[in-house]
Design a protein around this ligand. Sequence first.
Ligand code: GUN
Length: 599
Amino acid sequence: MFQILHRDGLGRIGELIVNNRKITTPALLPVVHPFMKDPWIQIIKELGFEGIITNSYILYKRKFNGKDIHDHLGFNGLIMTDSGTFQDYVYGGIDATNSQMVSYQEMIKSDIITIRDVFSLPEDSWEEVNNGVNETYNRAIEAIKLTDKYLALPIQGGRFPDLRAKSARLMGSLNNEYFPIGGIVPLMESYNYSSVVEAIIISKMNLKTNAVIHAFGAGHPMFFSLLVLSGADVFDSSAYIKYARDGRILTNEGTVELNYVSEELPQSAILDKYTLKELKGMDESERTLIIAKHNLYISLNEIKRIKEEIRQENLWNYTEYRIRAHPLLLEAYRKLLTFYDYLEKFESRSKRSPVFYTGEETFLRPLIKRVVEKEGKKQDGIQINKKPYSFYLGPVDTIIKTPFGNFSIYLDETYPIAQSVFPGEYYEKEFKEEIIKSEEWKDFLIRKANYIFRYQFSIPLSDIVDLDEIQIRISKNTGKLRNIYLNDKLLFSLRAEDGLFTLAYEGAKLLHQKLERPKQRVFVSKEISSFLEEGKNLFSKFVINVDDSLRPGDEVIVVDEEDQFITFGRAILSPEEMKDFKYGVAVKNRIKSKDLEKD
Ligand code: GUN
């Protein structure tokens, strides 16, 4: 029911379909009071929300019975219901059992039914939280026996990482898909964003990669980007109305209090219709409505913006701007970066967007740290502040000093060495004609290809083909290496965007011959080979095994169980994801492009 369409960091644009109702993640579900649907449902529909969350306990208490909740609310999008756990936390003691609440939610035809988890507070002791985690697990088992409907199984664990991990492992063992992270509201209220990020990522690390992660009560849009980067797929929020009641206007950088604004209102399609004076002069209920509508609008807009940033593979850059809004967000971002080993597995080796330096944390991004650990040289290098370095320095085999560290000059076109912007570095389009016209330049490019190849595929090009026998094509305009041929057959192309190789059919076959299994491979069952030979993409449900060192975006070879070559393409998912996901594309097939690549 859940599949990934685009990704960046742990953030992903996904599609979740429950009861034929679809939401695109990251998704914000506004909290709607089940007996105060007007005018909210209308506004929510106008703004274009695909789903909402409401509270089934309030309905249950008031003996609302029978009707489909979608009809009652007049909303035919996805409706998730919460179980009363939160009321228990706010007011203490609710008089409904887990089984009563689960059956009740099923009766009113909720799309996502939440069990009555045990809410752990940050101040609870380890023993108390442990008991809560065990009890929540038992209630999940009880719920699964009661209904075959789509269940949300909250992960608790208070402030204890070991118990958070335990809760995730227990809940994750139950073969469900949807996991809210519980007990984080009090952390957010005390600006402890760092513990929220920790709770999310520890839960994620102990669940399967196809788990849908919901951050319960993650209200403020300034936090959304970091939450998405940390792996949250869904949020719910009542902040829009709660803040509005106090005259507090949300922006994606913080909160503006109407009482203290004297120059101008924050901008939005909603607030722009009013002057500051008009808004201040309104009666309270009208003003609250307008601010709440603005708050919803701004929150949804931030989600849309984040989706845009994921599509552009710019979420790391964007999050580094957003977290500057609050020092405790910066602290939380630093916390996220400490999970390098986990983050790195999901991180591609290049992005559509360049790395923009914003501060020392930029160096700790997994993509950068990985390159530095793998390719960084101890030896000091030559400093030159124009990129790409060799186009100014000429064809010299040397080490260059970059803001990331010292690297072989052969990586000067490769992501992120070239595709990054630091203060004091200039990118100049013009190149020195005499450099790229020389015979040494051609030899230099072959040595460069050899080096990049080893960086990318762990063996040098010279192990695949005799470098004296290959032909190379160099761009006349830019002097850059374009293609590598053997006997007039295209083997590999160097992408101008990220300075990494794309496989062509003959190159993929050669690579398959020379690289030992399981390197660079995705294994599938023989039965689907004809399907793949026709050029269809490889869906994750057909993946049997994968080389664990692959990363999303890598060039891959698709083989059967006996290592017979079938096709080649580009990985869309990480190895874990290829194994976990039941829906969606794992490898984009490029076998059909073999005819196009002739010239
Ligand atoms: N709403 C906010 N936090 C929670 C939580 O931990 N559990 C449930 N069920 N609802 C919540």
